[in-house]
Design a protein around this ligand. Structure first.
Ligand code: 5GP
Length: 145
C-alpha cells in the first residue's frame, strides 16, 4: 500500500535526508532540492495539512513567527537583500507536494530567484464590492471546527 505520509513528513521524521535550517515543536525548515536561487528554503508546519486553508491556528501562528526569522537568516547567509515568499495550494496553483509549505526565495542581483507569471487586470469594482463583502461576512463568523 502507498505510504499516505507526504515526502515532507518523511523528511521531518528523518527518513529522507535534507539540509535542515530550523526546527521547533511545530515547524521544520530545509533547503529546496531544486533551488530557484541559493538558499531557497522551504518552511513546513509539522502538521500534515494539505493546503493553507486547512491549517490549524496553532500551526499558523508558529509559521507566522518563524517566517520572518528564517527569512532574515537566509538573507544574511546568502548576501541577498531581496526575496519572495510564495505558497502554492492545489495542482493548478503550482503545488506539487501536498503538505503546506512556504518557499523563501532569495532574489539575487544577477536575476536568479523567482520570476512571476503574474497576469494582472484592472479590478471590476462591482465585483470587488460583492466579493469583499462576502469575504468579510465569512471572516466575521466563528471558524468551523
Ligand atoms: P510546490 O511546487 O509544492 O510549491 O513546491 C514543492 C517543492 O518541494 C519544490 O520546489 C521541490 O523542489 C521541493 N521538493 C520536492 N521533493 C523534495 C525533497 O525530497 N527534498 C527537498 N529538499 N525538496 C523537495
Amino acid at each position: 500500500m502507498e505510504d499516505p505520509r507526504s515526502i515532507f513528513t518523511m523528511i521531518i521524521q528523518g527518513e529522507i535526508p535534507c539540509h535542515k535550517v530550523y526546527e521547533d515543536d511545530l515547524i521544520f525548515a530545509f533547503l529546496d532540492i531544486n533551488p530557484s536561487s541559493p538558499g531557497h528554503t522551504l518552511v513546513v508546519p509539522k502538521e500534515p495539512a494539505r493546503s493553507l486553508d486547512e491549517l490549524s491556528d496553532d500551526s499558523a501562528q508558529a509559521i507566522g513567527r518563524a517566517l520572518p526569522r528564517i527569512s532574515k537568516a537566509v538573507l544574511e547567509a546568502t548576501g541577498a537583500s531581496e526575496f519572495n515568499v510564495i505558497q502554492n495550494n492545489g495542482p493548478n496553483a503550482f503545488q506539487s507536494v501536498f503538505h503546506v509549505h512556504f518557499h523563501i526565495i532569495p532574489k539575487m542581483e544577477d536575476g536568479r530567484g523567482l520570476t512571476f507569471p503574474f497576469n494582472p487586470s484592472s479590478i471590476d469594482h462591482e465585483d470587488g464590492a460583492r466579493l469583499s463583502s462576502s469575504i468579510r461576512d465569512l471572516l466575521s463568523s466563528p471558524p468551523s471546527q
